[in-house]
Design a protein around this ligand. Structure first.
Ligand code: BES
Ligand code: MN
Ligand code: ZN
Length: 496
């Protein structure tokens, strides 16, 4: 989508469609009022007849509104004005994007960013407008024979802001929103691809391709033999049951001088999680293709970082393999030695995410990082605790967890902290090795993070459990691209 910013009167816009809000009950927004005034109450007369109440989700398309320069006016129900919050604003944007895309208008001027949203400035409203519009129009149809082609799709959207004074902030918001939208779309695509296409080698190729697009970015892929030399016995044990070779993808972006410490992101890249010998039940097992969404999100983040040319050093590390059952697969009871030297008794081969992450986290030490954040669809327990709304957050450094929580709030891609207390560490005791890879049913998200914390003592580290937020099940099954907005916001806050 081609976005731009403008400040001006709605009746003076020469456009295929003007988008304005209507509040419940039948109350025109400021921009709608202006159209009403020049058109001798054309809008209010129609509304009085009851065609649109203003409820959230409602739309009404009007043609030939007198004394305007546009072909169409699209009214968007926004709900009650007093209840018009961030969620209602984003819902109105998404409804507007989908409706205008279907109705034949190829360009539109969107006045929704002029609506007041409590506690939010023009910057936030414009950025959300870009992100939400792109997200609402996202389609994954590359593997369908008949593409759902919209006849005349929306190509150009002008976002209207109240005053000329807002223009420069709005331009900044547009640019950053578009960068985030790129990262989100990349993460969604990689997540949605089937596991026979999106293999560890495929992810590595995608990373190498991105590396070619920027001279600030260097991409290196470690092969099985490299990992053997590094002593990554934990990561490699997970890959043993698969015919697909494991990879460790390292992407280094140099946006600042070389003594500025990098922000490191590690993404879990299990391209299919069958559970291994501790095999999963078959219902919904297809959704375990999404077990590489952590990897997808950090690769998406790197697209955003490159597009925005952030003046920071950023490193992305992706340990990636399949978790499959096989004659050579790792078995319950096997003991492996991690790169850190610590031994692990694998009591459940389905707790494989932590086994690949621990070696990647140890590896991250060599970048002398400012902070390390890992992102993983790690535990079903996190979905039980927080549902699909908040990402689980745990970490060993107050400043870092605070910054991530705050980035989640301002980006609308929220996280919620769980305690990483020592009390939980006991659950990982093993009679035969330094630790077990599972800690029993209770507090499963916390004991998974406790396991990782044993490999991050030298780091300022945090863990994002995205098991509930990375994809949607049911009718709208598909990857969400979270937490690309949160991670980008975290980095943007470091620039400022
Ligand atoms: N990838 C799964 C976690 C998961 C499950 C995410 C369901 C989203 C939905 C992970 O590898 C896993 O299997 N975790 C186990 C850990 C358990 C064996 C300690 C789980 O959550 O059941
Ligand atoms: Mn698993
Ligand atoms: Zn998994």
């Amino acid at each position: 989508m081609d976005f731009s910013i403008k400040s001006g009167h709605p009746e003076k816009q020469r456009s295929a469609c003007i988008i304005v809000g209507v509040f419940e009950p039948r109350r025109l927004s400021a921009a709608a009022e202006q159209l009403d005034a020049v058109s001798q109450s054309y809008l209010s007369n129609i509304i009085r007849r009851g065609d649109i109440e203003g409820k959230s989700g409602q739309t009404l398309l009007l043609h030939n509104v007198p004394n305007t320069l546009c072909d169409r006016v699209l009214l968007i129900g926004c709900g009650k004005e007093r209840e018009f919050n961030e969620a209602a604003y984003c819902q109105a944007l998404a409804t507007a994007a989908r409706t205008v895309n279907e109705n034949g208008a190829m360009d539109a001027v969107n006045f929704l960013p002029e609506l007041p949203v409590k506690g939010r400035e023009v910057y936030w409203k414009v950025r959300q407008a870009v992100e939400t519009t792109e997200s609402a129009l996202y389609l994954f149809d590359e593997l369908k024979t008949d593409k759902d082609k919209t006849r005349r799709p929306l190509r150009k959207m002008i976002l209207s802001v109240p005053s000329r004074r807002d223009l420069s902030r709005a331009e900044q918001a547009l640019k950053e929103g578009a960068g985030i939208a790129t990262g989100v779309a990349v993460a969604r695509r990689l997540g949605n691809l089937p596991p026979n296409i999106c293999t560890p080698s495929y992810l590595a190729e995608q990373a190498v391709d991105l590396g070619k697009s920027s001279d600030k970015l260097t991409v290196k892929v470690l092969e099985q033999s490299d990992m053997e030399e590094l002593g990554m016995g934990s990561l490699l044990s997970v890959a043993k049951g698969s015919r697909q070779p494991p990879k460790l993808i390292c992407m280094e972006y140099r946006g600042a001088d070389k003594d500025s410490k990098p922000y490191v992101f590690v993404g879990k890249g299990i391209t299919f999680d069958s559970g291994g010998i501790s095999i999963k039940p078959s219902p919904a097992m297809d959704e375990m293709k999404f077990d590489m969404c952590g990897a997808a999100s950090v690769i998406g983040l790197m697209h955003t970082v490159v597009e925005l040319q952030l003046p920071l050093n950023v490193v992305v590390i992706v340990p990636t393999c399949e978790n499959m059952p096989d004659g050579l697969a790792v078995k319950p009871g096997d003991i492996v030695t991690s790169m850190s030297g610590q031994t692990i008794e694998i009591l459940n081969t389905d707790a494989e995410g932590r086994l690949i992450l621990c070696d990647a986290l140890t590896y991250s030490e060599r970048f002398n990082p400012e902070t390390v954040v890992d992102v993983a669809t790690l535990t079903g327990a996190c979905v039980i605790a927080l549902g699909n709304h908040a990402t689980g957050l745990l970490g060993n450094h107050r400043g870092l967890t605070h910054d991530l929580l705050s980035a989640g709030k301002s980006s609308g891609d929220r996280a919620w902290e769980l305690p990483l207390w020592d009390d939980y560490q006991e659950q990982l005791k093993s009679n035969f090795a330094d630790m077990a890879n599972v800690g029993g049913r209770e507090a499963g998200t916390i004991t998974a993070a406790c396991f990782l914390s044993r490999f991050t003592k030298k780091l300022h580290w945090a863990h994002l459990d995205i098991a509930g937020t990375a994809w949607k099940s049911g009718n709208e099954k598909g990857a969400t691209g979270r937490p690309v907005p949160l991670m980008t916001q975290f980095l943007l806050d470091k620039v400022k």
